[in-house]
Design a protein around this ligand. Structure first.
Ligand code: C5P
Length: 209
């Protein structure tokens, strides 16, 4: 079974993908991490993330880079969003994601274009979202916990900028697949969102097609 989980930044899609993987015993790929690795490596090498050639050259990052905690920083998310605009970068990362999706037994992938481009044949597709204000509130709360001092307004502005880039790009923009279940977590806590996602996938298993 292949499960596609897409949605904007800080919507809770990563948490939901991990929970689905645990529940159904499937491996999980956080595809955002691949774009983060490209953005990070582009910058490390002194390249310009807005130049396709520089970003493409960084697509040969070693697997060990995916373990680097620096990829989780906000700055890496911003760089990822910039390099992910280039069609050359998207196609360089395509096969790796498709191979993961099509492995025997199936997989869960979370990202922006899993249900539309990477695995349009997925058995279950979820589009996880929440208002920009709610996502900023959550992200800001996490940062405060981690001792990072950034104001709520700055976090909100960053989320809006990333949404605009992810939804506005020409190649594989962030968009809900027609057959994806819309899961708006604005008024849900983590447990309720996970329960709703599991119930949806179980429903799909009971009535495939
Ligand atoms: O999900 P995450 O915040 O880690 O993703 C970082 C950035 O990578 C996103 O803002 C998006 O621009 C890009 N991305 C993408 N396609 C994916 C996953 C992430 O374009 N499948």
């Amino acid at each position: 079974m292949i499960i596609a989980v897409d949605g904007p930044t800080a919507s809770g899609k990563g948490t939901i993908a991990q929970a689905l993987g645990r529940h159904f015993g499937l491996p999980v790929l956080d595809t955002g991490l691949l774009y983060r690795a490209v953005g990070f490596q582009t910058q490390q090498r002194g390249g310009d993330p807005d130049r396709a050639a520089d970003a493409l050259a960084a697509c040969d990052f070693p697997d060990t880079l995916l373990e680097n905690p620096a990829l989780r920083h906000e700055s890496s998310g911003g760089l990822a969003s910039r390099v992910s605009i280039h069609p050359e970068v998207r196609s360089a990362l395509l096969q790796r994601q498709r191979d993961f999706a099509n492995q025997p037994g199936g997989a869960v992938l979370d990202g922006r274009d899993i249900g539309t481009v990477i695995a349009p044949h997925a058995d279950a597709k979820l589009f996880v979202t929440a208002t920009a204000e709610e996502r900023a509130r959550r992200r800001h709360g996490e940062m405060v916990e981690r001792g990072i001092s950034l104001g709520y307004e700055e976090v909100l502005a960053d989320i809006r900028a990333r949404d605009a880039r992810d939804m506005g790009r020409a190649d594989a923009p962030l968009i809900r697949a027609e057959d994806a279940m819309l899961l708006d977590t604005s008024r849900m806590d983590r447990a309720a969102a996970i329960a709703a996602a599991i119930a949806f996938v179980e429903g799909k298993l009971a009535t495939p097609g």
